[in-house]
Design a protein around this ligand. Structure first.
Ligand SMILES: [Zn+2]
Length: 299
């Protein structure tokens, strides 16, 4: 098994026909390693943008890629074709976080009309593997240079944020962390259509209370004082993509406001909900606002 560390640089752009924002790839860089992780070859190619003649300033600063270099690049289709030809059949492709892979898939979809990467088979997200090796807490994503520093690699000497240099740094990170047994479970089958559906799935907020994907029990409110089911007053509302509703307890007459955010992910729906007591209007009988009194008595 060989290894290919892949890194992409991109420029932010907008596709005029659709108004869609996209990270348009402007450089592909990769290194190939043999099974002993020795570097055997390098790949580097600039890609000419179809969306702009001028890179945005931040990208120029970050990558040191000049407009001239970008404009002298190949078409995305040709550059990707050359990369595919260079890619060995039997290899694991690694990128630092799956954002590069998502961007590659997104560019294939937007510019070539394809939804998968036919020549990519085995894939490892090096950020996850190295993050676990370095015992970075779950959910935290460390940058390539932070990981390099943690592993004692002298990054000061390296021109970071260039595809060819970053891919070589990925290779060095792999060398310092590689353990065949530990590495195996991180290998994913990128040829599986499911892999790309998951990769390219963007979470969406569910804003319709009647959405069949919403568990209706999560749109109910129980009175915290009486432990009784409350009744909704008036229509559903919305606030910043959250579903809102005002509920009243039939027993104590307290009113509550429910704010529930439903987010649909590839694997299911998550919810964040809060229930707040609605304060009585000013001048109302204070006997009817025991919550406020209760809060005061805690001080
Ligand atoms: Zn009540």
């Amino acid at each position: 098994m060989q290894f290919v560390c892949l890194d992409l640089e991109w420029n932010t752009g907008v596709i005029p026909q659709t108004g869609k924002h996209i990270n348009e790839i402007i450089e592909i860089g990769a290194v190939r390693l043999d099974k002993a992780l020795r570097e055997t070859d390098r790949f580097q190619c600039f890609v000419r943008s179809v969306l702009t003649k001028e890179l945005n300033g931040l990208v120029r600063k970050l990558t040191n890629i000049t407009n001239e270099q970008m404009l002298s690049g190949k078409s995305f289709e040709k550059a990707l074709g050359e990369f595919h030809d260079w890619l060995p059949d039997d290899c694991v492709v690694l990128t630092w976080s799956n954002t590069d892979l998502y961007t590659l898939a997104d560019n294939c979809y937007s510019f070539l009309g394809g939804v998968s990467l036919p020549r990519l088979h085995w894939y490892v997200d090096l950020q996850r593997y190295a993050g676990d090796f370095l015992q970075v807490e779950k959910g935290r994503q460390i940058s390539l240079s932070d990981a390099a520093i943690m592993l004692g690699i002298d990054v000061e000497a390296l021109p970071l944020h260039r595809a060819d240099e970053d891919s070589r740094l990925c290779a060095e990170l792999l060398r310092r962390t590689y353990d065949e047994t530990a590495f195996q479970p991180y290998i994913q089958n990128a040829a599986d259509p499911e892999f790309f559906r998951r990769l390219t799935f963007r979470p969406v907020m569910l804003t319709d209370p009647g959405d069949p994907e919403i568990d209706q029990r999560l749109l109910e409110v129980k009175c915290p004082s009486c432990d009784r089911k409350t009744a909704r007053q008036g229509p559903w509302g919305s606030y910043n993509k959250a579903i809102t509703g005002v509920f009243q307890c039939p027993s104590c007459k307290r009113k509550y406001k429910l704010i529930a955010r439903f987010k649909k992910h590839y694997d299911g729906v998550t919810v964040k909900r809060s229930v707040r007591l609605v304060p009585e209007p000013a001048g109302a009988d204070s006997e009817k606002t025991p919550f406020a009194r209760h809060t005061c008595s805690q001080t």
